[in-house]
Design a protein around this ligand. Structure first.
Ligand code: AMP
Ligand code: MG
Length: 338
């Protein structure tokens, strides 16, 4: 009898041990997968959020925020004394760091390819409009006086950058996308599983599987989504009139300027979203396409092999062919154009 009890107890212990053996790994995996970090900050004059899962997610979020801060303060900021762009704008000639050089070169490439729709040399015009703080538009004389200051006045030789008289650089159209590129490099190094990092209108989607991204309402901004885009890892940037503007005598003056006219773009578009495998490119193209308008903007995206969503003032949505089926409209005041 005693022997029988012992055998039963032994069998129970064995079964429990086997079940435990099977369970420990999945349980460990479960907790590893559940490791998640959320962080919010304010850099590059905009809200930055990180949502990261996997091992080292907290440290990765900290590293991403540090990298964005460094990129802003040492490289791209127009207002932080000592940054490459601040010193270059002040002195007219400056030896910039490799990080700034890479961003300048890619931006200048898009300036050329877009026929000057993107123009990183219009810093003075951007300052004149100062859309964030102004309540009335500047005079035509004031905008005309700055029309000659364009990106062609920027020359690059190795790390030495020289500006023609009157040219000042503004990287507001590309900096947030460039920050997302830095974020991706950090995620790849740290080995996190999945990350969504948002820097103003630019987003990094990192990891396996699909992500959903809301397209902000062009009327009210990011709080309401008018459509949802399902996509894989990559970068998504949106340029919209709602981001920065003032209204004067019944007309909206927003922050995306047409370098040809010296005035905010007025071509019937209210938002352009570009999907790319490069952060700086998605950001540069969203601004370029907004300035170029529907037809030429579509062509530029196709040239770069990027996907895009264009929204017009009258609620029509146009997409490149490769993205149409991935976009679901969630607000019935908007509809596909065809
Ligand atoms: P985004 O929100 O990426 O479209 O960038 C808009 C910002 O880029 C503005 O706030 C300005 O700082 C700057 N900007 C405005 N118009 C242009 C333009 N045509 N080319 C380059 N930068 C521009
Ligand atoms: Mg942009």
């Amino acid at each position: 009898m005693k022997k029988k009890k012992l055998i039963i107890a032994g069998a129970v212990i064995l079964i429990v041990a086997v079940i435990a053996g099977f369970c420990v790994k999945p349980v460990k995996q479960f907790f590893a997968d559940r490791k998640a970090a959320q962080k919010t900050g304010f850099y590059m004059d905009t809200v930055v959020t990180a949502d990261i899962t996997g091992e080292n997610c907290g440290e990765t979020a900290d590293a991403v925020f540090n990298a964005i801060q460094v990129l802003e303060e040492f490289c791209l900021s127009k207002t932080a004394e000592g940054s490459d762009i601040y010193e270059l704008n002040e002195k007219g000639k400056y030896e910039v760091t490799d990080s700034t050089l890479g961003i300048l070169e890619k931006s200048l490439e898009v300036c050329k390819k877009s026929g000057g729709a993107l123009d990183i040399g219009i810093g003075k015009l951007v300052d004149l409009w100062n859309v964030k703080n102004r309540q009335t538009p500047p005079s035509q004389e004031e905008t005309n006086a700055l029309r000659g200051s364009r990106y062609e006045g920027i020359s690059v030789e190795a790390n030495d950058v020289t500006l023609k008289d009157g040219v000042k650089i503004d990287l507001g159209a590309v900096g947030k996308g460039a920050a997302c590129d830095s974020a991706r490099d950090i995620c790849a190094l740290s080995g996190v599983k999945r990350a969504v990092i948002s820097v103003g209108g630019s987003i990094l989607l990192y990891g396996d599987g699909e992500f959903t991204v809301g397209i902000a309402s062009p009327e009210t901004g990011s709080a309401d989504y008018i459509a949802v885009l399902t996509t894989g890892a990559g970068f998504v940037s949106t340029s919209g009139t709602y981001e920065r503007f003032f209204d004067y005598e019944g007309k909206r003056y927003h922050h995306i300027l047409d370098p040809e006219t010296g005035y905010p773009v007025d071509n019937g578009l209210c938002s352009v979203t570009v999907v790319s495998d490069s952060g700086i490119l998605s950001d540069a193209l969203s601004t370029s396409c907004f300035v170029l308008g529907l037809e030429d903007g579509m062509k530029l995206c196709e040239e770069y092999g990027c996907q895009a969503v264009f929204i017009t003032d009258d609620g029509k949505i146009y997409t490149t062919d490769g993205i149409r089926d991935s976009l679901e409209i969630s607000d019935d005041s908007f509809s596909f154009a065809d």
